[in-house]
Design a protein. Structure first.
Length: 271
């Protein structure tokens, strides 16, 4: 099953061991061989690197590690294709420009009847690929668009709309996602399938885990910060990437994260 990974930090950081371990889940230790991608927020834009190939032996992963690309908001995905061919335009994360900012999205799960249930309003946000994930991203941007006409909307208003969309879309199937609008990272936990000895079981919790890092060079998840080695960071992953004590993110949680801190949250009703 696809896996998600994200970091939000107070100061720009670069990935070291954590990216290496996540990449191993892209076709080596886990069966996510259909593609991978990583987004590094750079002010209003983002540096997006992705390819429709396994991550574990990709020279691009080595390039990222060696060049220590830094950002305060990092979002990554390894893909197990359930809908859409293994091509670049179907590879996560997906990126769109809206109101002078890069918006980035990655999804884990499968949705049914999404084209009829989630009609797209504006031709501005049109899928380039064939996935339910990209369609859901375009639908989310459609719903958020009215908020953005007068600059960056209040965080609470954005979270309200995102939680509404999460509630709506999760009725169509598993809808774990990471979404960044360049100002904040939004995280939603639902259900996911786990690979139990080579066999995918039924969807279950937890679908996302998180851990806080104050010392970025702590054992297990090594990050580095050119600005401050003790910069606070929150790390999210579908599967824990170290032997540390990760926290389960309860199903229905929708978080708004900035600068390595959870600023606001909504808990959706269980279904």
């Amino acid at each position: 099953m696809c896996e998600l990974f994200a970091v939000s930090s107070r100061n720009p950081i670069s990935l070291t061991y954590s990216l290496h371990e996540f990449a191993r889940h892209g076709g080596l230790s886990h069966s996510n061989k259909s593609g991978w991608g990583v987004s590094f927020q750079q002010n209003a834009d983002t540096l997006l690197i992705k390819e429709p190939k396994p991550a574990f032996d990709s020279p691009w992963v080595q390039f990222v590690e060696e060049n220590k690309i830094s950002s305060h908001s990092i979002l990554a995905h390894v893909r197990y294709a359930t809908e859409g061919k293994e091509v670049y335009e179907n590879t996560h994360p997906f990126k769109r420009e809206a109101y002078g900012r890069a918006h980035v999205f990655a999804h884990n799960g499968s949705l049914e009847h999404y084209k009829t249930a989630l009609p797209l309003i504006s031709p501005r946000f049109t899928p380039m690929g064939e996935t339910d994930s990209e369609h859901a991203f375009c639908y989310l941007l459609d719903q958020l668009a009215p908020l953005w006409y007068d600059g960056i909307p209040a965080l609470s208003r954005r979270l309200e709309v995102i939680a509404y969309v999460a509630e709506e879309v999760r009725s169509l199937g598993a809808f774990n996602f990471l979404y960044s609008d360049g100002d904040a990272l939004f995280v939603h936990a639902d259900l996911r399938r786990y690979d139990d000895n080579g066999v995918f079981g039924p969807r279950r919790e937890p679908a996302l885990h998180w851990i806080e890092r104050r010392n970025l060079h702590a054992a297990g998840l090594d990050l580095s910060s050119p600005a401050n080695a003790d910069s606070a960071a929150l790390i999210f992953a579908s599967v824990p990437l170290s032997d540390d004590s990760w926290h389960n993110l309860p199903r229905g949680s929708v978080l708004a994260v900035q600068g390595g801190e959870i600023m606001d949250r909504v808990t959706l009703a269980r279904v």
